[in-house]
Design a protein around this ligand. Sequence first.
Ligand code: LMR
Length: 414
Amino acid sequence: WWRHVEAAPKDPILGVTEAFLADPTPHKVNVGVGAYRDDNGKPVVLECVREAERRVAGNLNMEYLPMGGSVHMVEETLKLAYGVNSDLIKDKRIAAVQALSGTGACRLFADFQKRFSPDSQIYIPVPTWSNHHNIWRDAHVPQKTFHYYHPESRGLDFASMMDDIKNAPSGSFFLLHACAHNPTGVDPTEEQWREISHQFKVKGHYALFDMAYQGFASGDPEKDAKSIRIFLEDGHLIGCAQSYAKNMGLYGQRVGCLSRVTSSRVVLDQLLNVLSMVCEDEKQAVIVKSQLQQLARPMYSNPPVHGALIVSTILGDPDLKNLWLKEVKGMADRIIGMRTALRENLEKLGSPLPWEHITKQIGMFCYSGMTPEQVDRLTKEYHIYMTRNGRISMAGVTTGNVGYLAKAIHEVTK
Ligand code: LMR
């Protein structure tokens, strides 16, 4: 039956983990996948998560969640993205469902886009997280790209990005990384976000924010939501994909959320009765949510319960939430420390190449500028595993391996 099926190509990120695991060398280093490690290179379960697990253990039953997931978890998650005092939340203008982490949230959005805007396309930054391409490909939404990264400066190509936004047909869909851009670690400044938002307004574009790293850019989830808040101030009806894989370390639990702001006639026609419009808007949010649930039902029916309970327990308890905020900052700070250490080591080795970008870029990744051939040498000769686009997961760098990593990078970039 299946003789015509050929082996799928290895995933550019998860394939690196497979190769790393298959290597018996004791001093091997994995800076491929974006998964946080402590300074001993060990996976981390946050204290707040351990405590939440203790609290939910006795109360956990194994019933199905609703198709849209845990209502409590979704409520708390919206507060993180939109702000605790968000009028949009109060007015119930956000349609939101629990999703299978960030990937599942993006996929639900892509399927929704295909179903209700079947002729639309999605504009994706160059470069982006490799799985974004797979997600919109499998949802059969044609992809266009827009400029983002400037290889020479190893920063943002803001001018070309703005040109692409201006030149895209009015009402286009754009995928934006809310913070800690993956793979480059390069984010627009606040001022640039304001200009981007303004231009989106002029062109009537739609923004879907993928926010997989809230807390990892600055160490403060509130600050990291700035891009979204700027768009909201400008009245955009954004979509937002959230994930707790990184910022709560719940990688395998697959907890995330997809939300969409629904339109407000109040903005369009200020003379209309606000209360009835709130009603109407709430109705719209309910309609959109029902369709998101409809998409989820044949795909996975309803999302998993355990991780959602952990998240809602943490965010619903002020003490646990404060502990979480401290722990996110701790993770972000360790990574910032490793950026400094890697750069200093390379400079001490006398590398004549510029390495400021290691400390300028933010979030989990450093887009090193190494070529695929140089990365291949790192793997072959030094047992250092990373993606061939030159991305280093700083979360895998430790005080124990940073010297070795710097020496190897110096050797292959000479
Ligand atoms: C990454 O970019 O390494 C992570 O988002 C993990 C993944 O699923 O690719």
